[in-house]
Design a protein around this ligand. Structure first.
Ligand code: GYE
Length: 320
């Protein structure tokens, strides 16, 4: 662009618009985004954040919902390649099985950004950046809360049941590993049952019912890989005539509104935050990639831990 007075004025005006509307941009950036599905409160907030950030930045977002199935994501990515979008972004439902389709994107010279969940690929140049939480650390944080709780009750031991996320997904694998790492070597803390609840309320409830049927009052702790499964399980615990949060401690991850509500009712003991509001970072990264600027290979998100004692104070500040 030549530096004329008009151009300068236009640039100044555009800069003064907080959301950088592409008033005189030649062609809006087109991003093809393949979302995992709509399985949880977290996911709904994540989708809203991405759509909102795209709209505010004047980005043309092609959004595809994969309904928790990898084959749908592969199809969506292939269709984005065929449409020649500027950037492909996706939240991979599972970690493995992406090499082929990502090689196709690379051959078509379309940069790929991962959001929320990671992939395992042989060639890390198959994606430009991964924006998301440290799920291993989240698992550790959940376990650390329990270890601290156990220290205050030195005469007790704890039988834990675990509701895992979607089989093969990064958050399920990592949250399991982080939790196991921290309780390892502590003879008072033992996982007695562990099964997937696919990150949904319905499955969380169903699997908790089965745990209760086989283990009954043996269970002292539920560790759920997300709040939705915890909320489903809380229902199962109540229907079994037990008190969630008291008879069975409930520890989960995400920090969604529903978890805060459950904490305020004394039914959930702690939620470890996992921030779904990744939209602005995704759009900024896509814009930078398109402009040929270098972007970090790994972009993490700052998160906290919220025990029930702080729920009332924190609730009004929650944004998802
Ligand atoms: O914790 C869960 C969702 O990938 C971090 O997916 C995300 C997880 C989140 O279904 O609620």
């Amino acid at each position: 662009m030549r530096l004329t007075r008009r151009n300068l004025l236009g640039a100044a005006m555009a800069a003064s618009l907080a959301v950088a509307a592409p008033a005189f941009a030649a062609k809006p950036l087109t991003i093809g985004f393949s979302q995992v599905g709509a399985e949880s409160e977290w996911r709904t907030a994540n989708t809203a954040s991405i759509k909102d950030a795209a709209r505010k930045a004047g980005v043309n977002l092609k959004f595809a919902d994969a309904q928790q199935r990898q084959e749908n994501q592969v199809k969506a990515i292939r269709s984005f390649i065929a449409q020649r979008v500027d950037v492909i972004a996706f939240s991979p439902v599972v970690e493995s099985g992406w090499d082929t389709v990502l090689r196709e994107a690379k051959a078509a010279k379309i940069p790929v950004i991962l959001t929320d969940r990671a992939v395992k690929v042989s060639d890390p140049s198959l994606y430009v950046s991964f924006i998301g939480s440290d799920f291993v650390e989240e698992g550790r944080r959940a376990a650390r809360w329990l270890v601290e709780h156990a220290k205050k009750n030195p005469n007790r031991s704890y039988n834990i049941v675990e509701l895992q996320g979607t089989v093969g997904s990064a958050p399920a694998l990592d949250r399991k590993a982080g939790f196991a790492e921290v309780i390892a070597g502590n003879p008072k803390l033992k996982i007695i049952r562990s099964q997937t609840g696919d990150f949904t309320r319905a499955k969380g409830k169903e699997v908790m019912e089965a745990f209760l049927k086989s283990e009954g009052k043996n269970i002292n702790v539920l560790y759920a890989h997300n709040d939705d499964m915890a909320i489903g399980a809380i229902q199962a615990i109540e229907e079994a005539g037990l008190k969630p949060g008291k008879d069975i401690l409930v520890v989960s991850i995400d920090g969604v509104r529903g978890a805060f509500e459950a904490m305020l009712q004394g039914k959930l003991n702690v939620t470890v935050e996992c921030n779904p509001l990744l939209g602005p970072q995704l759009i900024q990264t896509a814009q930078a990639v398109k402009a040929g600027k270098p972007v970090p290979k790994r972009i993490t998100v700052n998160e906290g831990v919220f025990p029930a004692e702080v729920a009332a104070k924190e609730f009004p500040n929650r944004k998802y």
